[in-house]
Write a protein that binds this ligand. Structure first.
Ligand code: 3PG
Length: 308
């Protein structure tokens, strides 16, 4: 009997990406089963029961899903952030968890510029706006997405700064980025700050009042990372206090309605999280995911494992 790969995507991949996953998986002798647009968690629990491998996006793979996965050997998050996988529970069961770093980063970086331009032009309301050229852009973390944002920023004529204690400063400099020594320095220096930090215990609510109040006059914060890294009471407070503060997010806060109503020209939120929702990104991440599964199941290749 062929091994089963479940593609469980509440937010489905583009059609081409699904076709590519089916083709590559099929040629390697795997059965690809789709569970798309599901709204009931029970559907996921049922579908995972006889899966040998699973491809997900932001889909939650918690201890309950792990417990229901009787023969799962690997779960691949087709994307960067893996905060949606219970790493401890999967490790305990001997299930390998992986991500596909870099595969969707250009899509997210382009979305960041879409949001920045929207805010710079006051949501195209007809009001006079500003330009990106000559402005200082601060990258809060310099991973794949930060790098892709930097590459695009050059075309806009922006001066780029970055804070990332895990990245070599010489590497940043070689890519035309000014490294800064502290997160505070980034927030006091830059006109635009773009968040690229993962959601971890350390980063949860870490963008707080203290940090936000250090931003320059007219500063814009862009969040294409995770909703939970922002401390929402702090965000509301800074909006109230500072008529010159702008915020745009692909991962909208719970207070999005309140902000949109009170400050329509100073905030912008995508309809739903769509930074990585392009055909290209879905293809890249989906194909990488199925190849990683095959390489693991056939050859034991654990490159990209995140729960070692
Ligand atoms: C990621 O971590 O790769 C991005 O946040 C994209 O998430 P998505 O696959 O849910 O669009």
């Amino acid at each position: 009997m062929s091994k089963k790969v479940l593609v469980a995507t509440e937010k489905p991949f583009a059609k081409d990406a699904v076709a590519a996953i089916k083709k590559i998986g099929g040629e390697a002798g795997y059965e690809i089963v789709l569970l798309e647009n599901y709204t009931d968690r029970n559907d996921l629990l049922k579908a995972v029961a006889d899966a040998d491998a699973m491809i997900i996006r932001s889909d939650i793979v918690n201890a309950e899903v792990i417990a229901a996965a009787n023969q799962l050997k690997i779960v691949v998050r087709a994307g960067a952030g893996y905060d949606n996988i219970d790493l401890a529970a999967s490790k305990e069961r001997g299930i390998v968890a992986m991500n596909t770093p870099g595969q969707n980063s250009n899509a997210v970086a382009e979305a960041v510029f879409g949001i920045m331009l929207n805010l710079a032009r006051r949501n195209y309301s007809g009001k006079s706006g500003t330009e990106l050229r000559g402005k200082k852009l601060g990258l809060h973390a310099y991973g794949y997405v930060g790098r892709a944002v930097n590459a695009i920023a050059k075309g806009f004529g922006m001066e780029v700064f970055a804070y990332d204690p895990f990245v070599d400063k010489d590497k940043m400099k070689a890519e035309g980025v000014n490294p800064v020594d502290s997160v505070e320095a980034l927030y006091t220096t830059c006109d635009y700050i773009s968040l690229h930090i993962p959601k971890t215990k350390e980063t949860l609510n870490s963008i707080n009042y203290d940090l936000l109040s250090k931003t320059k006059k007219g500063a814009t914060l862009i969040n294409s990372a995770r909703e939970e890294v922002i401390d929402e009471p702090s965000l509301l407070k800074i909006f109230e206090e500072r008529k010159d503060f702008f915020y745009g997010a692909d991962v909208a806060p719970k207070c999005r309605e309140e902000l949109s109503q009170k400050y329509p020209d100073r905030c912008f939120f995508t309809a739903k999280k769509l930074g990585a929702q392009t055909e290209e990104a879905n293809n890249n991440a989906g194909i990488a995911a199925i190849k990683q599964i095959i390489n693991f199941l056939e050859k034991g290749d654990t490159t990209f494992q995140v729960n070692k």
